[in-house]
Design a protein around this ligand. Structure first.
Ligand code: BJW
Ligand code: ZN
Length: 249
């Protein structure tokens, strides 16, 4: 079935000769695991208001609503498995010289698939921290309670990056450095609408990288890539890895 997808030889040639591959992933890579994307017609933002649920103001005005919403999303993430796209990326890492994934996803599915070098641009929903003092919070969470910080009494929130918040400084710095120095950049399953992550493919291209986009649909940033595969990543990535292995064997 996988053979139905045609992948241009140039993509596999460039990959086989690449010494440093950087991957940017978004919600689309987890869609085939059963995690909803944000901006697709059936996505999270079609049903929920980002300002109410994924912003500091939203949390301050209704912490319980935001906390409960994240608890529901945690339960979904706990109940799903990495898909063939995540697994193929973990395999790709094992067969190329230098490889890193920068993910906007908060679900830890890359790590669960076995990827080693994964950096989280928007944090993750598995961990919690204090809203006021940033202290990590490790205690078990009782059902229907809003936990409080042991150090300062502040409210506990998920360790994600909301709109208007800075991305983790070191992760963003690493991403910009790697995007500028890699020779092959792959953008997978992101609409390219949220900055600064959406600026990374352009940074890579400006610095001489070959850029490939894999997305189920055309995006605002499709045109800046030299190659595009418009297909689900769970279908495209295993084919790419298999072709690459055949070429380098
Ligand atoms: C498939 C598929 C399959 C489906 N296979 N593909 C410069 C210009 C303009 C604005 C800004 C700017 N710099 C900063 C901003 C402001 C803002 C921003 O970008 N706003 C824009 C929306 C206009 N950025 C920020 O606020 C960031 N902070 C920041 O920059 O701080 C400094 C600063 C602050 C204020 C002003 C200026 C500077 C923080 C952004 C935080 C984003 N947070 C969220 C929520 C995380 C927590 C949570 O999960 O609850 O992160 S929002 C949401 O969007 C989530 C995602 O990581 C992020 C990106 O979404 P993604 O992954 O691209 O998903 P979708 O749904 O958009 O796309 C899915 C794609 O998959 C689609 O293309 C499908 O076709 C595809 N697909 N199935 C392959 N099977
Ligand atoms: Zn605190």
């Amino acid at each position: 079935m996988l053979k139905e997808l045609e992948i241009a030889d140039i993509i596999i040639d460039k990959l086989a000769n690449a010494s440093h591959i950087v991957v940017l992933t978004g919600a689309g890579v987890s869609a085939e695991s059963g995690v909803k994307t944000f901006r697709d017609p059936d996505g999270i933002w079609a049903k929920f208001n980002p300002q109410e649920l994924a912003s500091i103001d939203g949390f301050m005005s209704n912490p319980k609503l935001v906390w409960d919403w994240y608890q529901e999303r945690r339960a979904i993430v706990d109940s799903v498995l990495p898909n063939t796209g995540h697994l193929a990326l973990a395999e790709l890492e094992r067969i190329v010289p230098k490889f890193s994934i920068y993910t906007q996803n908060v679900d830890k599915l890359h790590q669960r698939a076995g990827s080693q070098n994964v950096q989280e641009l928007h944090g993750n929903i598995i961990e919690n921290k204090c809203f006021d003092c940033n202290e990590p919070y490790f205690d078990n969470i009782e059902k229907d309670t809003l936990p409080k910080c042991k150090k300062c009494g502040g409210r506990i929130r998920p360790n994600v990056v909301w709109f208007g918040e800075m991305l983790p400084e070191q992760v963003l710095r690493n991403a910009e450095r790697d995007a500028s120095h890699c020779d092959f950049f792959i953008t997978i399953g992101t609409s390219g609408e949220v900055y600064p992550a959406a600026g990374l493919p352009e940074l890579a291209v400006r610095n001489g990288a070959f850029a490939l986009e894999i997305n189920a649909n055309k995006t605002n940033i499709s045109r800046l890539h030299q190659a595009n595969i418009f297909a689900p990543s769970g279908l495209a990535l295993p084919v790419i890895v298999e072709l690459l292995k055949n070429k380098t064997r």
